[in-house]
Design a protein. Structure first.
Lengths: 366, 138
């Protein structure tokens, strides 16, 4: 249509509607991208005050950096030191930093609720798969021998093996080693929400490598989120976004996928989500997306449901109190809870060729 | 039955010419709105610019309507980014895993991907963004 005609109509509309203008005004949008916490973090803040926005962004940036080194499982940070002590079967003291105590205590509860599928005590098993070497140049990945895997699986490290008394951690099982890779980002995002609130920011979005949480609205409208197609392809006719969803105040969306961190040997992909029952990368699932209000819970649950797979996920979701789930299985079937189906707009037209949509709703009892 | 003439007479008594103008304009504009948003909306959410950003520096902008290959120096070496037919992707990066290269084309406004070791991100932007953020794989 003629551009000038559209301009004319828009102008007329503005004149007519100016009488209906509300007293509310639009806040300015501030955006910042950070490479931190081992990922790309995008921060969007709505504010009238640029100073306020930049102070909040700086505070978030330093907190992400601080938590990253503090919670790193194998470095010389606080958690790394605890792991070294546990490996020597010594008790480890938690000094000065209560955040690790909270990580351990909260994940203990969630691990139990997930029937042990979310298990941050399997740090040794994760390390056996060398995912700490994933950024190293020219590193030759090897599949661990089945004996070493079996040995660790048999030792059965569990969060319940951990005893905390008087700021000291002991493990009754020497194979326990913490790795909060499936929990830390969620907890960190919750911390960042607190920082936003202390800076009096009511409307914001933090997206940490595709896992995100929103505060308030985007100038009165719900935040509109696109969900990526987990199927990686360079065929440009396939749609990159398979679904869209509106998020309201304090809602969070977390996804676990087999495409996030992996290596390939002889064309076979070995991804980073290790099934604690087998010791091998979990099979049957391509991705799990969780919607809830608690990012820490969402993080743990997306991992647990990924491992649970197409058959078991409804049971685990129910136990963990998760109502909104979308799981895409290896055979491209999309599973959803009824609550998720109500919220999500599947871009069916776009993805009918990519993923045969068989909407099963086994989560009826949820 | 009330005749048309009578309705017009009543209308003349109740409505001023300005009122009639407003009513005609309202009918016309609502038709236009319907047309604009339902049939002429190919441009809604369409990306027109590629933003390439190294670390926390200011992003550089490239128009998506010019096919080209961009060579940008990152933290550990160069990255090559291709713009083709309004879409963009990494075609090479100085990193071990090439996760960024493995990533599909970016075609939707708001979509982002990054080479983490090289600290380079690419994202698409348009005049009106369809999404405020993209969840899932990055």
């Amino acid at each position: 249509m003629n551009t000038y005609f559209n301009y004319l109509c828009s102008t007329l509309l503005i004149i007519f509607l100016s009488a209906c203008q509300s007293s509310e005004h639009n806040q300015k949008v501030y955006q910042q991208q950070l490479f931190t916490f081992g990922t790309l973090v995008d921060i969007t803040i709505l504010s009238d005050n640029s100073e306020q926005a930049s102070q909040a962004i700086n505070a978030i940036s330093s907190e992400f950096d601080r938590l990253h080194s503090l919670w790193h499982p194998w470095n010389n940070g606080a958690l790394g030191e605890i792991n070294k002590n546990l490996a020597r079967s010594e008790q480890a003291a938690i000094t000065g930093e209560q955040s690790i105590l909270r990580l351990i205590e909260d994940s203990k509860i969630l691990s139990e609720k997930s029937n042990g599928l979310f298990n941050p005590a399997i740090g040794q098993l994760v390390r056996l798969w060398q995912f700490d070497k994933i950024e190293k140049e020219n590193y030759q990945f090897k599949i661990p021998t089945s004996e070493t895997i079996q040995n660790l699986v048999t030792q059965n490290p569990q969060m319940q093996d951990i005893l905390i008394h008087d700021q000291k951690i002991r493990s009754s099982n020497p194979s326990v080693s913490f790795d909060f890779g499936a929990f830390a980002k969620g907890v960190a995002i919750e911390n960042m929400m607190q920082i936003l609130k202390t800076h009096h920011i009511a409307n914001a979005l933090i997206n940490a490598g595709g896992d995100l949480k929103v505060l308030g609205t985007k100038n009165g409208k719900a935040w509109r989120i696109g969900i990526k197609n987990p199927v990686i392809t360079h065929d440009s006719s396939r749609k990159a976004i398979i679904a869209a969803i509106n998020l309201n105040d304090s809602e969070t969306l977390f996804t676990s996928g087999n495409y996030e961190r992996f290596f390939e040997i002889k064309g076979k992909r070995y991804h980073h989500i290790i099934d604690p029952r087998s010791g091998y990368p979990a099979t049957g699932t391509q991705s799990v997306t969780i919607l809830t209000q608690d990012a820490a819970l969402a993080d743990a649950a997306s991992t647990a449901l990924f491992i649970a797979g197409p058959d078991q996920w409804p049971e685990i979701a129910k136990k963990m109190g998760i109502q909104h789930v979308m799981l895409i299985s290896d055979d491209n079937t999309i599973y959803m809870t009824p609550a998720m189906a109500k919220r999500i707009d599947l871009l069916t037209e776009a993805k009918a060729e990519i993923i045969p949509i068989i909407l099963k709703q086994p989560g009826k009892s949820l | 039955m009330v005749s048309l003439a009578k309705v017009l007479t009543i209308s003349k008594e109740l409505l001023t010419p300005a009122d009639i103008l407003i009513i005609i304009s309202a009918v016309f504009l609502s038709t236009w709105l319907y047309y604009f948003f339902w049939f002429d909306n190919n441009q809604q959410g369409k990306a027109d610019t590629l933003l390439v950003q190294y670390a926390e520096s200011l992003p550089q902008e490239y128009p998506l309507n010019q096919d080209q290959i961009i060579n940008i120096q990152g933290h550990i070496g160069p990255s090559l980014i291709e713009i083709k037919q309004g879409k963009a992707r990494f075609i090479h990066s100085s990193c071990r895993n090439q996760f960024c290269v493995f990533h599909s084309w970016l075609s939707v406004s708001g979509d982002t991907t990054a080479c983490l070791p090289n600290r380079i991100s690419i994202s698409l932007k348009g005049t009106s963004s369809q999404y405020d953020a993209i969840a899932g794989r990055q």
